[in-house]
Design a protein around this ligand. Sequence first.
Ligand SMILES: NC(=O)c1ccc[n+]([C@@H]2O[C@H](COP(=O)([O-])OP(=O)(O)OC[C@H]3O[C@@H](n4cnc5c(N)ncnc54)[C@H](O)[C@@H]3O)[C@@H](O)[C@H]2O)c1
Length: 267
Amino acid sequence: MELAGRIALVSGGGGGIGGGIAEAFVEKGMKVVITDLNLDYAKAEAERIGGGVLALQHDVASLESWAEVKRTALAAFGAVDVLCNNAGVAQPFKLLDEVTPEEFDRLMAINVRGIYNGVVTFARDMRDRGHGHIVNTSSMNGLLAHGTFAAYSASKFAVAGMSEALRAELEPFGVGVSILYPGLTRSRMSEGQAPGLDAQLAEALRSRMMQPIWLGRAVAHAVENNELHIITHPGHRAQVEARFQGILAAHGNPAEPGYRGGSFSGD
Ligand SMILES: NC(=O)c1ccc[n+]([C@@H]2O[C@H](COP(=O)([O-])OP(=O)(O)OC[C@H]3O[C@@H](n4cnc5c(N)ncnc54)[C@H](O)[C@@H]3O)[C@@H](O)[C@H]2O)c1
């Protein structure tokens, strides 16, 4: 998709990765709406970026809030061409059985249901127009699972699976879907993990954070070229490869001797 003059909506755009995506879209000449649960964050980021970015208050966990944001964006700029479902929250590092039901439900409500809500709000319009693109923010934790981060990983694996299925659903209508899998990137979320660590470790963590604008430019490139997977931190390649090798290696003989079922949708 040629981006100049198009309209984008970036949820959770009040800083960090969403801010980087919005900034990269403005560089491309797009009109951009950033939304955030915290309106002050969104306004400050819109001001930092410039280019007429519109800042709106938004709770991605609420379909009513999505409807309101859609109405306002339509009135201000017109129909949304590119939807970036980027809002997300993390969890404190702890064992899965120590994650409270409330923490677990909140993660799922924002990281997973929030994206479903965005799709419900915009996908039909995009199908009807035969045009559009949806970018969903997963994480390297959506490809690789680490202990003490299980609930977050569950939410980000869910984003990846949902997005791949969505791409298959929307492709026949000329609508694209991409998945962003960020590694460590400078943001309130990643900075928020540092205080729990000792000073040296916190500094080492900070020094490895990518600047969000580069993720934004990678997203813009993926939308222009309709690419499914957006990998901004290729340093994890060996671990991803090892995980898939393990899955492939488990493909031995069928559990039922002589079973001949092939690979068809629904397997
Ligand atoms: N920073 C990283 O290292 C990293 C790595 C992998 C994935 N991610 C993912 O990137 C996305 C952006 O996170 P970030 O790192 O920029 O952090 P961030 O905290 O700076 O940005 C997330 C934004 O989402 C907003 N938000 C939270 N709940 C919301 C809700 N219910 N409705 C609307 N907005 C809401 C927050 O106010 C915040 O401004 C998230 O989905 C996160 O899981 C981040």
